[in-house]
Every structure is written in structure tokens, then in C-alpha cells.
Design a protein around this ligand. Structure first.
Ligand SMILES: NC(=O)C1=CN([C@@H]2O[C@H](COP(=O)(O)OP(=O)(O)OC[C@H]3O[C@@H](n4cnc5c(N)ncnc54)[C@H](OP(=O)(O)O)[C@@H]3O)[C@@H](O)[C@H]2O)C=CC1
Ligand SMILES: O=C1O[C@H](COP(=O)(O)O)[C@@H](O)[C@H](O)[C@H]1O
Length: 512
């Protein structure tokens, strides 16, 4: 990145894109993207809008791409287009662009467990490929499973049986699967085995959309391209790390799904743990996906068993009013869990993962709190510690809380910050949605930001014992008010873990 006449130039992301894993694969030519579960919530809110944005930016060309929606619901092409139109007509999108894009979508209705529908789907894809005159190495088929995980195995079997890219055309077939990948270690391994019998690891993209967020993608750059951080990023200097997810709304219509999973499976075991890996891992040998994922696995394998006294669970009042939630549900909608990493860099540093629904604010951030300065000659220790905060959302930012001299004649100290707020710094730069990047990575065959099978296993290893105890009712959530900070016990745990709150200081995102 460099500056010229006040104008910031953002280097193309491809400058540090890792190489695709598969050899002899085509990244050009006829591309068919199939959204299975096209009638669902994720498809309309995230998958189709992300495809539309890629189309608008020229990453998907109308002369090579065709999009297929597949689901059981019996609707026409136009019905599907009308369902998703309003989710595309947002921001600066022009209605003609939306209409052009919608014409690329064809809908096929069929069941998930019989060949008939998938044979029809294959016929439609093949028609498109013939129409586009696919030649050697130019037919690419991407299947996005926007479906409940219970149907992944059968759907993958049907794809393998009926819809694979025709080998004489070259190209590839790739499968994107959504979280949750299982409910515990055994079910995740079973799912992995079932899918693994059908597809090779380089064909499988286990998506965790937090890995597509701008500031999560920035973590490796920040840590390993800045001399500042290298000597500080360890147990000698860092006292504790918090990775926090807060939502100011409840389960809203997803109560049935949520009650089966709970906040640990929904957010902590995947999104927050992936962020922890990037904060805590050692420097990878290179940016090759396997080198990065090797380091992530090592961190996960170094996490110690979770102690009961380092867990606080909560459930918001009113959660059970949802008719799809059982009256006596023990499912946590809030959890604070302390993880401890048993290695040379992090021994003794608590990683506090906190997630909650129906709280008093919506934000996701990483908060790295440094130790006190030894020999504090200014006697400013009580004002607060140095903190480095990475605000993932909303208002993407990084800021360092530090102690400075209070401007003026007096020699006193005050808390202030060095602030890199993205909206202020990068005028006019649109931060892409996580799903956009990850879909583009899938098309490019870049698995760096996807979860590898052994990573998934190591992640479930950490949380399975705790989850089983919650499922059995051995640990109970504490009730908390909607719109609050969550149970007070969580704040007490934070203090016990060593976090020191800075009183009287609040970071305010700078206005433009
Ligand atoms: N919604 C979200 O915000 C997020 C969702 N996800 C994950 O994405 C996937 C899809 O989520 P979402 O779109 O919300 O799910 P939905 O419940 O909306 O299901 C998607 C589609 O799958 C079909 N379907 C639903 N239930 C069943 C069933 N029991 N058996 C077979 N088919 C079924 C339905 O299509 P039809 O009946 O027409 O076949 C439905 O339209 C899930 O794995 C979810 O965990 C991940 C992150 C966020
Ligand atoms: O995966 C999920 O994420 C969303 C939050 O995503 P965000 O990008 O808006 O932070 C959460 O609401 C949902 O429960 C969960 O399944």
C-alpha cells in the first residue's frame, strides 16, 4: 500500500494470494454455481447477495457463469428471483444490474435424497456447459450447501452420483459446506468420514465466515509484517486476551435451530476459536494454505481442558417464549469460557472467549491487554493498562490504548489512543462482505481461509466434554435480562482471569 497526492492506493489482494492446492486445475471457462437450499434464509440473505456483488465487480462474467438454485420447494425461476430481489437492491445497486444478474439464475426443484432431481440438475448444468462450448479444462462446478447439516451426507452422495463435472471436460467440482459441522467430536468425525469417502480434502471448503472478515484477514499481516508486534506478542508482555462477540438481538425466528446448538456451538467453537488461532499461532513457513493451517492446528492441540470454574453460562429472559424452544431448555445463549494454551509463548495467559445474544450492544472485537509497566515512576498504574483492540465489527478499527502526558502545564498522565479507523483512513473503499471473499477464494481454489479436517477435529476436542456436560444439564445457564451485559458472574470471571478494567475511558469511533 502506498500514498500519492493524499490518495491511498490499495494493492490487489492477489499480491499475497496463496497458490491453489490442486494441480492442473482450470480457473477460467464455464462456471456453474449451484446453491442447494436456495429457498432458505442463508441463501437469500448471504449467498445470492455475495454472488451478486462479485458479478457487479466483474469477478463473475455473464458469458461464463450460470447460477442454479436447488431445493424441494416447488417454485418457478421467477418466483426465486422475486424472493431474492429485495436482498440485492441495496446500497448503490441499480435495478437493471439486479435484473441482469437475476437472469443468470435458474431454479431446479427436487428432493435431497433421490436421483431424479439431481439428474435434472445435471442436465441443466450440462446444457449450460454445452451452450458455453466448454472445452478441455474449462468446466467448473461449485456446489454450495446452504442446507441443514443433517442432509449433507445424502446430498454429497447425490452430487457424486449424478452431478460431477464430466472428466473429459477437465475443470473441477468443489463443495462448500456451512457450519455447524457436527454437534460434537463423534458426530463431526462421522460427518467428515461420510463426506471424505466421496470427496478429496482439496475439493471440500468448510466455510467459517469469520475468516472472511476484513480485520480477521488482517491478523497475519499485522502480526508478521510489523516489527512493533514481534517482540511483544507473548506471555512476557501480554496479560490476557479477550475475543468477544455480542449481539443486541435474540434468536429471532431461529429458536428451533439455536436450541439444538447453543451459543458455544453457534459462535465460540467455530468463529471465536478461529480468531484465537490467528491471534495465537506461530509464524507459518509461508502463506501456503497448508502451512497456515498446520500452525492453527498446533495451537488448538495445545489448548488445555476447560475448567468448570472458568465457564459462565447465561440464558436471556424470554428465550423460552419462542414456541420452537422447549419450556425447560438448558441451552445457553451466552457463554464466557477461558482457554489456556500450554506452550512456550502463551503459558499463563488466559484467552477469554465471550459470546452472547440479546445483549446491550452489537460488536465483535479482540482485546489484548498488556501487563503493568514495572517500576511505575508516574504512578499511573490505576489509570489503566495498555490495550490493543481490533474491532472486527461494526466500524472496523484498530486502536491502542496508551498513557500520555495530559496536554498543558501540569505533569500529569491521561489515557488516550492511537487509532486506525477504517472509514476515516480509507475513504471510499468498500469493505467486502465475508461471503464474497470466501466464494471468490473457492472459485480460485484457495483454501487458506477454510477449515481443514484436522482443525475441525481439534476444535471439537476442546469443547466436547463441556458441551456434553451442558447437554446433560450438569451445568446450568444463569438467566440475564435482555439488553444487559449478560450475567454479572461473567464480569467476575473476567476479573479473576486478570483483566483490569479502565475506568472513565471509552473509545469513540472518530466521525468523518
Ligand atoms: N441463516 C444464517 O444466518 C446462517 C446459516 N448458517 C448455516 O447455513 C445452513 C443453512 O441455513 P439456513 O438457510 O438458515 O437454513 P434454513 O432452515 O432456511 O434451510 C435452508 C433450506 O433447506 C431446506 N431444509 C430445511 N430444513 C430441512 C430438513 N430438515 N431437511 C431437508 N431440507 C431442509 C429448506 O428448503 P426446501 O424445503 O425448499 O428444500 C430450506 O429452505 C445451515 O447449515 C446453517 O447452520 C450459517 C451461518 C449463518
Ligand atoms: O454464524 C452465525 O453468525 C451470525 C453472526 O454473524 P455476523 O457476521 O453478523 O457477526 C449469528 O447471528 C448466527 O447466530 C450464527 O449462526
Amino acid at each position: 500500500m502506498g500514498s500519492g497526492g493524499g490518495q491511498w492506493i490499495v494493492e490487489k489482494r492477489s499480491s499475497f494470494r496463496s497458490e491453489p492446492l490442486e494441480v492442473n486445475v482450470s480457473e477460467t471457462g464455464c462456471l456453474s454455481i449451484v446453491v442447494l437450499g436456495a429457498s432458505g434464509d442463508l441463501a437469500k440473505k448471504k449467498t445470492f447477495p455475495a454472488l451478486f456483488n462479485l458479478y457487479r465487480q466483474g469477478f463473475l462474467q455473464s458469458n461464463e457463469v450460470h447460477i442454479f438454485g436447488y431445493a424441494r420447494t416447488k417454485i418457478s425461476d421467477d418466483d426465486l428471483r422475486n424472493r431474492i430481489r429485495s436482498y440485492l437492491e441495496k446500497g448503490s445497486a441499480k435495478s437493471e444490474e439486479v435484473s441482469e444478474f437475476l437472469q443468470l439464475i435458474k431454479y431446479v426443484s427436487g428432493s435431497y435424497d433421490t436421483e431424479e432431481g439431481f439428474r435434472m440438475l445435471d442436465k441443466e448444468i450440462s446444457l449450460h456447459e454445452e451452450f458455453r462450448n466448454s472445452t478441455e479444462g474449462s468446466s467448473r462446478r461449485l456446489f454450495y450447501l446452504a442446507l441443514p447439516p443433517s442432509v449433507y451426507p445424502v446430498v454429497c452422495r447425490m452430487i457424486k452420483l449424478c452431478c460431477m463435472n464430466k472428466s473429459h471436460l477437465g475443470g473441477w467440482t468443489r463443495i462448500v459446506v456451512e457450519k455447524p459441522f457436527g454437534k460434537d467430536l463423534d458426530s463431526a468425525e462421522k460427518l467428515s468420514n461420510q463426506i471424505g469417502e466421496l470427496f478429496e480434502e482439496p475439493q471440500l471448503y468448510r466455510i467459517d465466515h469469520y475468516l472472511g472478515k476484513e480485520l480477521v484477514q488482517n491478523l497475519l499481516v499485522l502480526r508478521f509484517a510489523n516489527r512493533f508486534f514481534l517482540p511483544l506478542w507473548n506471555r512476557d508482555n501480554i496479560d490476557n486476551v479477550q475475543i468477544v462477540f455480542r449481539e443486541d438481538f435474540g434468536t429471532e425466528g431461529r429458536g428451533g435451530y439455536f436450541d439444538e446448538y447453543g451459543i458455544i456451538r453457534d459462535i465460540i467453537q467455530n468463529h471465536l476459536l478461529q480468531v484465537l488461532c490467528l491471534v495465537a499461532m506461530e509464524k507459518p513457513v509461508s502463506l501456503k494454505p497448508e502451512h497456515i493451517r498446520d500452525e492453527k492446528v498446533k495451537v488448538l492441540q495445545s489448548v488445555m481442558p476447560i475448567k468448570d470454574e472458568e465457564v459462565v453460562l447465561g440464558q436471556y429472559n424470554g428465550y423460552r417464549d419462542d414456541p420452537t424452544v422447549p419450556d425447560h431448555s438448558n441451552t445457553p445463549t451466552f457463554a464466557t469460557v477461558v482457554l489456556r494454551i500450554h506452550n512456550e509463548r502463551w503459558e499463563g495467559v488466559p484467552f477469554i472467549l465471550k459470546a452472547g445474544k440479546a445483549l446491550n450492544s452489537r460488536k465483535a472485537e479482540i482485546r489484548i491487554q498488556f501487563k503493568d509497566v514495572p517500576g511505575d515512576i508516574f504512578r499511573c498504574k490505576n489509570q489503566g493498562r495498555n490495550e490493543f483492540v481490533i474491532r472486527l465489527q461494526p466500524s472496523e478499527a484498530m486502536y491502542m490504548k496508551l498513557t500520555v502526558k495530559q496536554p498543558g502545564l501540569e505533569m500529569s498522565t491521561v489515557q488516550s489512543e492511537l487509532d486506525l479507523s477504517y472509514k476515516q483512513r480509507y475513504h471510499g473503499v468498500t469493505i467486502p462482505d465475508a461471503y464474497e471473499r470466501l466464494l471468490l477464494d473457492t472459485i480460485h481454489g484457495d483454501q487458506q481461509h477454510f477449515v481443514r479436517r484436522d482443525e475441525l477435529k481439534a476444535a471439537w476436542d476442546i469443547f466436547t466434554p463441556l458441551l456434553h456436560r451442558i447437554d446433560k444439564g450438569e451445568l446450568k445457564p444463569i438467566s440475564y435480562q435482555q439488553g444487559s451485559r449478560g450475567p454479572a458472574e461473567a464480569d467476575e470471571l473476567l476479573l479473576r482471569a486478570g483483566y483490569v478494567r479502565t475506568h472513565g475511558y471509552r473509545w469513540i469511533p472518530p466521525a468523518l
